[in-house]
Each structure stands twice: as structure tokens, then as C-alpha cells.
Design a protein around this ligand. Structure first.
Ligand code: ZN
Length: 502
């Protein structure tokens, strides 16, 4: 193919490389950087963001996309056509935000994050409040700039879950809420059926690290193209398909956060490591949406990593790492302990069943803040009332309540729902994988994930961003996103665990 497309590719590779350089700086900020480096790092990230914004929104770039598109049309190259489609979409969206708004957002968000950290440490919402007020204002301005057909929230949701609407998500979430709340209540009446004391003991960090590395490799994370680091707020990040990093935090007195956190981030990383090599250095070489990305982490963390066959197979290994702590425990006891359902305050520590309710609360509050029906000053009260209604618990302070998550300092309105969407996509993909590939069940039953990851690579991973989420899920599972697969999964699993009459 001749010059216009080649010139476009060169330009796109520059933008992608700048984005990856900025990801390295962010990864370093979270893992290794001394706190004193923060002001300079914020300036460096702001500079990169400005360079990326200039190159992604220039008139010349738009002309280059169209010149290349005219060539690609005549060649019938499907990959090039898909790339052009994504570039046109990203270009149009990026052009809607003026540069001063992008810079103001980056600066406000970086400072708000520092304030949020201090406010959270002191459980002092009042300190964060004026910053959150600014951020809500910024989000409103962004929604108006982006534009929307239905409601302002759609414009922000679009940034994480292309094609999704607040109304569509609300309908699915309402069904999840309707099905989950009674299930959680029925389980609460049998709270004593599961004892999880065995996972809340002193577990040496060194042995935790060794087992986390072992189990991440077992589920399919490739350490030759990866790295496990320590952070306060775990994440996965990719600098190329051959360098995909995961991070974990270690608790000396609880085995679960590091173990399941590592499995979670491994799921994200396996997705990035398996994107098609032909997509490299373009925006196609990444997960297609935050929700689909989260489906891959939830798949590994929960549908695989909290399943009975998985622990039947791997508990002996775990016990070898912690002979004293797990001496009196067997695989089934451990499986039950890591699946204890308990209404709780902190989203990232929530069990598989109550997790979606934490998300639904945030989804509803974000919409109310954006729509102006809830003032920022009233947010802590609304948070506490909402949590009481959904889970029957109330935080004793704002650190364990409204200040617990970093997202709003982003500001990332529209991001939270993708976590619960991930749980729903994961259940639907698992049903499809089992139905379509005869090896998946036999493999999972033996504690292996090879056949499942192979199915996911074929139907999800290798496509990167070539298909938007709604198209991908329909192609892979034969149906649009719904709540039914998750509800079937949850009822079967927790019905059995808690001996419920369902
Ligand atoms: Zn995740």
C-alpha cells in the first residue's frame, strides 16, 4: 500500500508511542517514584498529554486519515479498514474537547488526587469537596462538548464502553439488583454457614509473593513478557504486547487481597498479551472497552480463581507455601472461605455477589451528581443511605465510605459501571466457551485454563479493538449483553454454598 496509508501509520505510531511512554511514567509513579518526584512527574505527564492531544486532533491528521481512507477503500484490506474506522472515531471524539479543557482537566485531576489521598487518610470529606465540585463541573462541560443523544451521562460512559447508554445499563443493573438483593439477604440469614478465619491469619509476604507468581503463571500470564510490582492501588498496564505489567498489594494478615488481586490483574494482562501482533503500535492493540477488559480479569479472578475445581487442584500447592497456617484446613474449607458472602463497606474487598451492588450505588450517585439532582455537599449522606438500602451496612466514617475510591479524582464518571458490566460479560462468555469448546469443562475441572484462554484468545483477545464491545459480545456469545448468565451462575454457586432453596 502506498504513501498516504504509510504516512498515516507513522503518525499513529508516534501518538501510540507517546501514550505508552506516558504509561511508563504513570507505572513508575505508582511503583518506584519517591513522593518528592510528584510535582515534576505531573508536569511531565501533562506535557505528554498535550503532545498527544495536539497530534490526535490536528487538522493535518484528519486530512491524513481521509487521504489514507480513500486508498484503503480501493484495496479491500480489512485490517486497514478497521484501523481507519477506529482512528476516525477517536479523532472525532478528541476534536470535541478544546485543548484548554484537556490541560485544565489534567492539572485539576492531578492536584485533586493529592488532596483526595490526604482527605481519605483523615476521613475528611470537606477537604475534598471543593475539588470534587470542580471536577463535576468539568465532567458536565465535557459531556456537553462530546454531545449525546439521550442524557449527559451517555457522553461520559461512551469514553469507557463505546455504544453503551445510561438507559441500557440502568435496565440491566435494575435486573441485577432485583435478583441479587434477595439472594444477599437470604445468605445474610445464614452468615455462620461459612467461616473464613483461615484466610485471615499471618501470611509471610515472601511466601505470598512466591505463590502469587506461581498461580499467575498457572492461569496463563506470561512472565517472560511480564513483571509483578508492588503498589497501593493495584492495576495492570501494557507498554506493548510483549511487556505487560501487573501490580499487587500485600497484606500480612489476609491472604485474599494479594492472591485474588494478582489473579485479577493477570486476567487483564493475559488479554493484552494476546492481542494480535499485527495490531502493534496502533490503537487497535488494546482491549476494546473497560467492560470487556474487566470481564477478562473477573473471569480469571472469580469464575476460574474462586471455583471449586481450581482449589481442588491447587490447594495442595498453596498449603506447601503455608504449611503452618493451612495445616488443619482442606481444599473444600478453603474454597468455602474464599467465597464467603458478607455485606461490607469497601468495594475492592467485596465478595463476588455483593460487588455489583457497590457499583450500582456509584453508578446512581454519579448520574445524580452530573444531572444536578444531588449536590456534592450532600454526597456523603446519599452514599450512606444508598449503602444501607442495598447492603444493610453504613460506614462509620467517610474513609470507609464516599472517599474510598480514587476514580472521581480522575475525573472518571462513567467508569464504575464497567466493573459490574465486566462481571456480566464474564458469565456470558464463560457459558459460551463451555457450550462451544468441548475441552473447556474438562480442562477447568482439572484446574487448568489452557482451553478457556485459547477460546478467549480466538473470540476476544486477538481482535483487540477491532470490534466495539456490543459487536464483540454478540459475535462471541450469539446474544447481546444481559443479566441472565450472571444470575444463573450466582444462583447455582451460592445456592449450593449456602444450601439455599433455589
Ligand atoms: Zn480490573
Amino acid at each position: 500500500m502506498d504513501t498516504a496509508y504509510q504516512r498515516l501509520l507513522a503518525h499513529v505510531r508516534t501518538i501510540t508511542d507517546l501514550g505508552k511512554a506516558s504509561a511508563v511514567l504513570r507505572w513508575d509513579r505508582e511503583t518506584n517514584m519517591p513522593k518528592a518526584g510528584d510535582p515534576a512527574r505531573i508536569e511531565q505527564l501533562t506535557t505528554l498529554r498535550r503532545l498527544i492531544h495536539e497530534r490526535s486532533t490536528s487538522t493535518a491528521y484528519g486530512e491524513l486519515i481521509e487521504a489514507a481512507a480513500a486508498q484503503v477503500d480501493s484495496t479491500g484490506d480489512a485490517l486497514a479498514a478497521d484501523l481507519i474506522c477506529v482512528l476516525r472515531y477517536d479523532y472525532a471524539r478528541a476534536r470535541r474537547l478544546p485543548e484548554d479543557l484537556v490541560v485544565r482537566t489534567a492539572e485539576t485531576s492531578a492536584r485533586a488526587r493529592t488532596v483526595w489521598e490526604a482527605a481519605r487518610a483523615d476521613a475528611d470529606f470537606a477537604r475534598f469537596q471543593p475539588w470534587l465540585e470542580q471536577l463535576v463541573e468539568i465532567q458536565r462541560e465535557m459531556a456537553e462538548r462530546y454531545g449525546y443523544a439521550g442524557e449527559p451521562y451517555d457522553a461520559l460512559l461512551e469514553g469507557y464502553e463505546q455504544g453503551a447508554t445510561a438507559a441500557g445499563v440502568r435496565a440491566v443493573f435494575d435486573a441485577v439488583k432485583r435478583e441479587t438483593v434477595p439472594l444477599v439477604q437470604a445468605i445474610a440469614e445464614r452468615a455462620d454457614a461459612i467461616d473464613d478465619a483461615v484466610v485471615r491469619q499471618a501470611f509471610p509476604i515472601e511466601a505470598q509473593t512466591a505463590f502469587a507468581r506461581h498461580i499467575a503463571a498457572v492461569v496463563g500470564y506470561d512472565f517472560d513478557r511480564g513483571h509483578l510490582g508492588t503498589v497501593v492501588h493495584p492495576f495492570a498496564t501494557s507498554f506493548s504486547r510483549d511487556d505487560v505489567r501487573i501490580t499487587t498489594r500485600w497484606y500480612p494478615d489476609d491472604l485474599r487481597p494479594a492472591l485474588f488481586g494478582t489473579l485479577h490483574e493477570s486476567g487483564h494482562a493475559i488479554y493484552e498479551q494476546n492481542t494480535g501482533p499485527e495490531l502493534a503500535r496502533t490503537p487497535l492493540a488494546s482491549g476494546t472497552s473497560a467492560g470487556i477488559h474487566e470481564s477478562q480479569s473477573r473471569m480469571i479472578e472469580n469464575l476460574v480463581g474462586r471455583s471449586w475445581p481450581f482449589w481442588r487442584a491447587h490447594f495442595p500447592d498453596l498449603r506447601r507455601h503455608f504449611p503452618a497456617q493451612l495445616a488443619g484446613c482442606d481444599a473444600e474449607q478453603f474454597y468455602r472461605a474464599v467465597n464467603k458472602v458478607q455485606p461490607s463497606l469497601i468495594r475492592v474487598e467485596a465478595d463476588e455477589l455483593t460487588y455489583n451492588l457497590h457499583i450500582i450505588l456509584r453508578f446512581e450517585l454519579e448520574q445524580a451528581l452530573l444531572g444536578g439532582t444531588l449536590a456534592v455537599a450532600d454526597l456523603p449522606g446519599a452514599w450512606n443511605d444508598g449503602l444501607r438500602a442495598l447492603l444493610g451496612v453504613v460506614p462509620p466514617n467517610d474513609r470507609e465510605g464516599v472517599l474510598q475510591d480514587v476514580h472521581w479524582s480522575g475525573p472518571s464518571f462513567g467508569y464504575f459501571p464497567t466493573y459490574a458490566l465486566g462481571n456480566l460479560y464474564a458469565a456470558q462468555l464463560m457459558e459460551a466457551a463451555r457450550a462451544q469448546s468441548p475441552d473447556v469443562d474438562a480442562d477447568l475441572d482439572a484446574g487448568r485454563t489452557g482451553a478457556l484462554v485459547a477460546w478467549l484468545r480466538e473470540h476476544v483477545h486477538r481482535h483487540g479493538r477491532r470490534y466495539p464491545p456490543a459487536v464483540l459480545i454478540e459475535r462471541a456469545t450469539g446474544a447481546p449483553l444481559g443479566h441472565a448468565a450472571f444470575v444463573r451462575y450466582a444462583r447455582a454457586k451460592f445456592g449450593r454454598l449456602y444450601d439455599l432453596p433455589i
